[in-house]
Design a protein around this ligand. Structure first.
Ligand code: AMP
Ligand code: MG
Length: 681
């Protein structure tokens, strides 16, 4: 994938706005100018042909112009005739300065004014201003669909594409002539040659690029790397579908109209296929070991973007944030009273009073002379000269003076500038879920927008032939799908976007397509049911096919095997079907995993130690979570530990966590209580 550039030579050291070439699975290459880039492309193409490989090369500029332009310039509707025209008119040079003359010459074909505008060199070869009437449409069909794309007529200005289209098409036309018969230009020619040129627009993957750009990596380099990797990961049918378009004159942007598929492919591979693998040999893995593994292997998968404060509550901060200004910005009064120019010694003081006052938002304009007092209200900036404020209630007030009993310390009742936060101080750290109070702090320190992770999207699928949706009547052998409403609600409370994928029967192919759809729509997938190793356990069977299945046998009660793996790069948490086990596994294992994927890191859940109100003897070797609640300062547990008891989940307000070792709990024994509220995020 090539990020082309219309500009001149960029020097020997890698820089932005140069030409970058990215190949799937490789480090992007920097090209200082077009001469170097064209030569490098020749090398790459020759090497592929010699090796008998096929090559798909993408370029980030339009291959065609809006309908009618090719004919106006060449007399033919064939866009490739226009390519040849440009190849003749624009030789490859390092500076590319002649492109404005070429555009001006094409403009001259239109008696009422040509479409090209914005002379990047300011020489007036083409108009600086956008034409009021375009002789040819301003937009191609593709650009009408690609929000934010620039018009190919605009030759200058940040982000414009017009100049690089002229030089780029000229270079590609030369390459096409040099490799005659070996290159197909999409979508104008059948894709039958060993090398294909396609038009790309990396902004289709803007969010994925923002999320995947490495620290210190130049954005253009990240773009070509991430787009190349994404396209390389498309299934052959997906690639074929994206290449099937009808745009014989204007051309098309590869992937436009197929963004979810392309985006999913870009996210794919961010997690290693063995990211859930447990250490070999361990039959029953202790809870803490399993959690440490998640922490070590899972990383944020969400894109980064800026959000206004009123949309940011609950979002995960993407970067550390510093105060843009001090809080308070100016020294001000903490009370209603009188501003003085110094502290006061003991005894009664009569102080002459100035006319006027200082109020919040209405600062006193002038200085307070030594030994005078000025009326001041809470929040008012301290006028020049004022260092101390005396409380109104401590004064006897008359028209022209106040009387005060000392002593009064210098600085009394004043809030210094920056008392709360100094400008430049770090106020919030990356990974924090923004609270309502954080929004106050951000606003006070000068922020209107904050960099946050996009909300994690989590798909939920219930599996089982026996399941019917809540509220539906039951045929013999059926039960209601209790897990889905519970899991969807848990995820929403945790601040995630839920993609409810309904019920899937115990059918491998049906589940396969459901997982495919879920992987396109979400960043993580929770399934319930079918996670063991039985003949109807299709979740684990399908994850086995991908080679990513890790069947987690954790030393925990309640617990059934958890099937973890990646489906098309998207993490899948195969929860047990039993609602009690499904909920406990979600809270204990899926919660921290999702938090890591969402960029929020993972803190151990909030717990308090309280005396038990129950008796229980527990053996060594596995951790136990009891459905519990606190009454009269003591932890009660549900009378039955049966794992089929949905009533127990509803009754409970949290879990009592008993350690891996043996314990003997009697009334009064301290136990750890984890409230559900603390287990949600
Ligand atoms: P499985 O994990 O598929 O073997 O299911 C274990 C038990 O949980 C079976 O009794 C299932 O009927 C039940 N079960 C599975 N999914 C659900 C669900 N979504 N809601 C309620 N019960 C379920
Ligand atoms: Mg089942």
């Amino acid at each position: 994938m090539v990020d082309w550039s219309g500009g001149g030579d960029r020097g020997a050291a890698p820089k932005k706005d140069a030409i970058w070439i990215g190949a799937a699975g490789a480090e992007p290459e920097y090209m200082r100018n077009r001469v170097v880039a064209e030569a490098r492309l020749v090398e790459i193409m020759e090497a592929a042909l010699a090796a008998g490989k096929r090559l798909l090369i993408g370029f980030d500029f339009p291959f065609g112009y809006p309908e009618g332009f090719a004919r106006a310039i060449t007399g033919s509707d064939d866009p490739l005739a226009l390519w040849e025209h440009l190849a003749d008119a624009l030789p490859t040079t390092a500076d590319g300065r002649d492109r404005m003359d070429v555009a001006a010459a094409m403009n001259a074909r239109f008696p009422s004014g040509g479409p090209f505008w914005f002379d990047a060199f300011g020489k007036g070869h083409v108009p600086m201003k956008k034409p009021v009437h375009f002789p040819i449409s301003e937009w191609r069909e593709a650009e009408r669909k690609a929000k934010g794309a620039f018009s190919c007529w605009q030759l200058g200005g940040a982000g414009s594409v017009g100049s690089q289209a002229l030089t780029g098409i000229a270079s590609l036309a030369r390459l096409r002539a040099r490799f005659a018969g070996k290159v197909a230009v999409w979508p104008f020619e059948p894709m039958e040659a060993p090398i294909a040129f396609i038009e790309i627009w990396p902004s289709l993957l803007a969010a994925e690029v923002a999320a995947g750009q490495k620290p210190d990596e130049i954005k253009d380099a990240a773009q070509v790397r991430i787009v190349a990797d994404a396209i390389a990961r498309l299934a052959p049918e997906e690639l074929a579908e994206m290449l099937t378009v009808h745009a014989p004159e204007e051309g098309w942007i590869f992937g436009l109209g197929h963004e979810p598929t392309l985006r999913a492919a870009a996210r794919h591979g961010r997690l290693a296929n063995d990211c859930f693998a447990l250490p070999p040999g361990a039959h029953w893995t202790p809870v803490d070991e399993a959690l440490a593994l998640l922490r070590a292997r899972l990383a944020p998968v969400t894109a980064l973007h800026e959000r206004p404060l009123d949309e940011a509550v609950g979002a995960v901060l993407a970067r550390d944030v510093v105060a843009l200004r001090a809080h308070p910005p100016l020294a001000n009064s903490a009370v209603d009273g009188f501003g003085l120019t110094s502290g006061l010694g003991p005894g009664l003081h009569h102080i002459p009073r100035l006319p006027g006052r200082a109020a919040a938002g209405l600062p006193y304009d002038g200085a307070v002379p030594e030994g005078h007092a000025l009326r001041i209200l809470t929040g008012a900036a301290l006028p020049e000269g004022v260092t101390t404020v005396v409380l109104e209630e401590d004064c006897r007030i008359s028209e022209d003076r106040i009387s005060v009993e000392g002593p009064l310390k210098p600085g009394a009742n004043c809030r210094p500038a920056g008392e709360d936060v100094e400008a430049g101080a770090t106020i919030l750290q990356a990974g924090r879920r923004l609270t309502p109070a954080d929004l106050a702090l951000l606003a006070a320190t000068g922020h209107g927008r904050v960099p946050v992770h996009a909300r994690l999207r989590v798909a939920v699928i219930s599996t089982g032939d026996e399941l019917t949706p809540a509220g539906a009547s039951l045929a013999p052998g059926q039960i209601a799908d209790a897990n889905r409403p519970m899991l969807c609600a848990l995820l929403r409370e945790a601040g995630y976007d839920v993609v409810d994928m309904g019920i899937c029967p115990d059918d491998r192919e049906a589940l396969r397509s459901r997982l495919h759809e879920a992987a396109r729509k979400a960043d993580a997938i929770l399934t319930s049911g079918g996670a063991s190793a039985g003949e109807e356990d299709h979740v684990s069977a399908l994850l086995t096919e991908t080679g990513s299945l890790a069947l987690w046998r954790i030393a925990v009660k309640p617990g059934r095997p958890l099937a973890l793996g990646l489906w098309e790069g998207t993490p899948v948490f195969g929860l047990p079907g039993n609602p009690v086990a499904a909920m406990v596994c979600t809270l204990i294992f899926a919660r921290p995993a999702l938090s890591l994927l969402a960029g929020a890191g993972f803190e151990p859940p909030f717990a308090v130690e309280v005396p038990a109100a129950f008796t229980k003897r527990k053996k060594d070797g596995r951790r136990e979570y009891l459905r519990a609640r606190i009454r009269n300062g003591r932890a009660e547990v549900f009378p039955s530990e049966g794992s089929g008891r949905i009533t127990s989940l509803s009754w409970a307000e949290g879990l009592v966590e008993l350690p891996d070792e043996a314990v003997d709990v009697t009334p009064g024994t301290p136990v750890r209580f984890l409230p559900f509220s603390g287990l949600l995020r």
